[in-house]
Design a protein around this ligand. Structure first.
Ligand code: ATP
Ligand code: MG
Length: 435
């Protein structure tokens, strides 16, 4: 900011970083607004990038990434998304009027030579004190211009713990159908940031209440009113909200938070006389559909679906050690921590203690098996495919994998079988039996 001002340009700290500073929160990133044109900014900031149609300059600094935008006076909006282009403005006040919420429409800085000062035309500081999210200008018009603002409002309300001012909230409800025009990426980015809030349920309930959820995740919206015999008087949607909050209260990863949101998505489709048989299987498929529409990375989709698919496991103390090893093999050792975290959140979301159903005992037994180095999968076998080829004269192909899997089954049942000579002998028997 000082570099811009020293070179004859007005510059202001704006947006979320100023808002967060005023709230005493750590800013996620830094936003500056200036009357300098993008090419002038780029020339003043070494290492910056300006390769986008909106004239935003991205500058790495010692204090973190800074986004520098030239004052805006946007053109008309199309498709309820982005302006068709930007016209650069001359005044910070015009730039602030294009911003979404009053608390995001404060600036601090000034023209060159003047002492930095706050510019707050919409009483954003008053709304910060009142902890209110209020649209700048006519809320209905602002959400019609850009439907992403509806989701931003809900995400910000959850992350900041703010209420949404009544007229703004009404306008979100009216504009909710326009969210159909938003790209999956934009929706997912807001949902993931919402799930990172301390109490995501604040935003989830706003999304449900405003009708936004019905547009962006219709199957989740169907959870409202589906009876559950968990916490008295609460429905399936209440359970989902509690589960997500419980995941957020722990150290759950973003993947677990997404899985918590979607873990019972299959219930409305499978409800039958108070039961939901197979909801984890149907739900895993529905989650894949939704997360693909949201353009999530393949690995995220797969992990979330896997967690949902397995979240109903039923442990009993009578399980043999072999059963514990089969459980580890089925879930996958790198997925266990997430599955336990999901199940704990699900338990809390059901009004029960986190560790009911012997969860802690199962975890301890799993840890013991892993610490003992018990073979769980092919990688733990004392022989591998190359041994089968060399010793049994087999040719490479799917048969090798099938034999290894059968050896794994035997070794999981009885670890003493995991010895080279015995395994080769067993493999020979399998081969001759097959023929
Ligand atoms: P955070 O960075 O914590 O998500 P933010 O408010 O800084 O919050 P950014 O996406 O970094 O969000 O946007 C910076 C600023 O740009 C916002 O504070 C707001 O003033 C403005 N802004 C962002 N998106 C929109 C939008 N869709 N419509 C109008 N103004 C917006
Ligand atoms: Mg920001």
């Amino acid at each position: 900011m000082e570099r811009l001002r020293a070179n004859g340009h007005a510059a202001y700290l704006v947006g979320g970083s100023l808002r967060d500073l005023l709230l005493g929160r750590e800013p996620a990133d830094w936003d500056l607004a200036t009357d300098a044109r993008p090419e002038q900014v780029a020339a003043l900031v070494p290492g910056s990038r300006a390769d986008n149609p909106f004239g935003t300059v991205f500058a790495p600094t010692a204090g973190g990434p800074v986004e520098i935008t030239t004052f805006r006076a946007d053109r008309a909006y199309e498709d309820f998304r982005r302006p068709s282009g930007v016209d650069f403005g001359e005044r910070i006040e015009d730039d602030l009027a294009r911003r979404d919420f009053t608390v995001n429409a404060i600036a601090w800085g000034g023209a060159p030579g003047s002492a930095p000062a706050a510019i707050d035309p919409f009483d954003g500081r008053g709304d910060l004190d009142r902890r209110l999210l209020r649209a700048v200008g006519d809320p209905a018009a602002r959400f019609r211009e850009d439907a992403l603002r509806t989701l931003r409002a809900i995400r910000l309300a959850a992350v900041l713990g703010f209420e949404i001012e009544p007229a703004t909230l009404t306008a979100i409800g009216e504009a909710a159908p326009l969210a159909i025009h938003l790209s999956g990426e934009r929706i997912a980015a807001e949902i993931e940031r919402l799930l990172a809030a301390e109490r995501p349920s604040v935003g989830l309930r706003l999304a449900m209440g405003s009708g936004l959820l019905r547009v962006i995740a219709p199957l989740l919206a169907e959870q409202r009113g589906v009876a559950q015999n968990k916490a008295p008087g609460e429905d399936l949607w209440d359970h989902t909200c509690r589960t997500v909050d419980a995941a957020a209260a722990g150290t759950a990863s973003p993947t677990v938070r997404l899985a918590a949101l979607l873990h019972d998505i299959g219930k409305p489709a499978t409800v039958d006389g108070g039961h939901f048989y197979g909801h984890e299987i149907v739900g895993a498929e529905q989650a894949v559909d939704l997360l693909r529409r949201w353009n999530r990375p393949r690995d995220t989709v797969e992990r979330v679906a896997h967690l949902i698919r397995h979240h109903m496991f039923g442990y009993a103390p009578a399980w043999s050690d072999a059963a514990v090893r089969r459980f580890i093999g089925k879930v996958g050792r790198d997925r266990l921590a997430d599955l336990f975290a999901l199940r704990e959140a699900d338990n809390v979301g059901s009004g029960r203690a986190a560790d009911v159903d012997g969860l802690d005992e199962l975890r301890a037994r799993v840890d013991r098996e892993l610490a003992a180095g018990s073979a769980i999968d092919r990688s733990g076998l004392a022989i591998d495919g190359a041994d089968l080829i060399a010793e049994l004269g087999l040719t490479p192909g799917p048969t090798i994998g099938r034999i290894l899997d059968r050896l794994v089954e035997r070794v999981v049942a009885d670890p003493t079988r995991n010895e080279r000579g015995r395994l080769l002998e067993t493999a020979r028997a399998i081969v001759s039996g097959d023929r």
